[in-house]
Design a protein around this ligand. Sequence first.
Ligand code: PRP
Ligand code: GUN
Length: 189
Amino acid sequence: MDNHMAITPEEAASARADADLLHSAEEIAALLDTMAAEITTVLGDKNPLVLCVMTGGVIFTGHLLTRLDFPLEQDYLHATRYRGKTSGSKTITWLHKPDTPLQGRHVLLLDDILDEGYTLREIAHWCHEQDAASVKVAVLADKQHDRRVEGIKRDFSAIELVDRYVFGFGMDYKEYWRNANGIYAIKGL
Ligand SMILES: O=P(O)(O)OC[C@H]1O[C@H](OP(=O)(O)OP(=O)(O)O)[C@H](O)[C@@H]1O
Ligand SMILES: Nc1nc2[nH]cnc2c(=O)[nH]1
């Protein structure tokens, strides 16, 4: 079944015009400097394997990695549970698993947002199953509400986000506006 609720570019432009800017690019840059320093303290001597969770994690990963000035390896995985919708199913769909073996590695998962937590819980569980030495989670935004599932926590987060549907900096609104340079909230969501 195709779950993708397509909208037109005109509808995307209208949604962006009506949206509220919650966190500017300048604010995010300063917060990522702080996060990078924290990650360096914890993983700087661990030769970590950094895994970007595609698609939403790609912008955050790019901005963060240029701030990590120590030896690390990078790979990616692709998992999705929202698939272009504004609410998700409880199970994730794996589209790609990393080629790099995880056994014995200190893994750092990078994703744009921790919301209800199903996505990162399942990915972290899979990393442990692969015998990773440790699994840490860094997210750009940690949404604040009481719907978080048991068994997942983030180790690093730049922003504590209000409980609204957001887009920008990797996050989509119906597959548009991952390219928006800041974090925006959809009017009414
Ligand atoms: O904490 P949760 O409630 O599970 O939601 C968080 C996940 O939702 C988004 O992914 P999505 O499934 O929309 O795929 P995408 O990365 O392609 O946008 C986001 O990138 C996170 O991975
Ligand atoms: N784009 C986007 N993806 C999400 N995945 C989980 N929550 C969100 C959200 O608020 N925005």
